[in-house]
Design a binder for this molecule. Structure first.
Ligand SMILES: [Ca+2]
Length: 327
């Protein structure tokens, strides 16, 4: 699908003027090779698991060094029920009741990007230290690129994943060691054109004004997570300059907390040099409480905002309004 077609359909979906029931819906353990697919948790919009035997659960904590490598094997293994009408069998029968894995095959080799829209997406948030340890969303198989591991509440957020060099399937894994009821729904779009005009932008915006914010910035009604960004982020947000617009101005609403942590917990000293966690606006690292007035990026060429966090200590995050300025 081309960008323009996607924008038309997506606008209709958001305004509920599109009969989205015609879209393919896929559940855990299934794969898709369609232009537009909803990936949903079991029995969506109901929560899952409905009931689980606590004896089947293993307890992991963030200090467990083996968690990353062993998480799939350690989860109670059993097979998800798969709709008999589905055209493909699940590829892996090692999926547990709590882990959920989807595969996306490119419609054709021309597909350049896959966009994920997190329609309804809340996992348990990161630990106090900033690690996603009980639940997390992991993308693998894409071009070499930094796709962050995220958790918490991310409804309304999106990803662009570059897949032009990808031959095999792209894999989305939602890993969980918690029996806490959960649900999620993502819209997956395969794009034959590069919609953000820049390779490797995880997020991209092409509106005159809008809001960029860190993952898990907001709180949800379900309250499965507390607002807080996560460790080990390293990604780019891009804003596409519209014709006749030459610069971008950023502002922080006074009601929106800004907190990108730069201190050593042991020394309790806040560093102003932004060496730990920061966002780059107009070639300047911004951290701690952010900025008070506004920042304007007059740079020619693409507008790229880098986001970085190190391996420990996180806070609320950032929420920044942007406006494009006419030439
Ligand atoms: Ca940090």
């Amino acid at each position: 699908m081309e960008c323009a077609a996607f924008v038309r359909i997506y606008t209709k979906i958001k305004k509920k003027r599109f009969n989205s029931t015609i879209l393919v819906r896929k559940n855990c353990g299934e794969s898709t090779n369609r232009n537009l697919t909803y990936l949903e948790s079991p029995n969506y919009p109901n929560f899952y698991p409905e009931k689980i035997d606590e004896d089947d659960l293993i307890t992991l904590n963030e200090d467990d060094e083996d968690y990353e490598s062993n998480s799939r094997e350690d989860i109670d293994l059993g097979q998800f029920e798969v709709d008999d009408d589905d055209e493909k069998e699940p590829r892996d029968d090692d999926l547990g009741d709590l882990a959920c894995i989807f595969w996306v095959d490119k419609v054709s080799k021309e597909i350049q990007q896959i966009r994920i829209d997190f329609i309804d997406f809340e996992l348990i948030g990161p630990s106090q230290n900033g690690d996603c340890f009980q639940e997390k969303f992991v993308v693998s198989g894409q071009n070499i690129n930094n796709i962050p591991i995220i958790c918490g509440y991310n409804s309304g957020q999106h990803y662009y994943i570059d897949v032009n060099a990808l031959k095999g399937p792209l894999q989305f894994s939602i890993l969980s060691t918690s029996s806490n009821p959960k649900r999620y729904k993502m819209l997956i779009t395969q794009l034959s054109t590069n919609c953000n005009n820049n390779n490797n932008c995880l997020q991209s915006y092409d509106s005159i004004s809008g809001v960029i914010q860190s993952f898990n910035y907001e709180s949800s009604q379900l309250m499965r997570s507390q607002p807080q960004y996560m460790n080990n982020l390293n990604y780019a947000i891009c804003i596409k300059k519209l014709p006749g617009f030459c610069s971008i101005t950023y502002q922080i609403d006074q009601n929106d907390e800004f907190d990108l942590i730069n201190n050593n917990e042991d020394e309790k000293i806040e560093s102003s040099s932004c060496e730990n966690d920061y966002i780059v606006l107009s070639n300047t690292r911004i951290c701690n409480e952010g900025f008070t007035t506004s920042i304007t990026d007059n740079n020619p060429g693409p507008i790229v905002i880098n986001v970085r966090s190190d391996e420990e200590y996180t806070g609320r995050g950032f929420k920044i309004n942007f406006n494009q300025n006419k030439c």
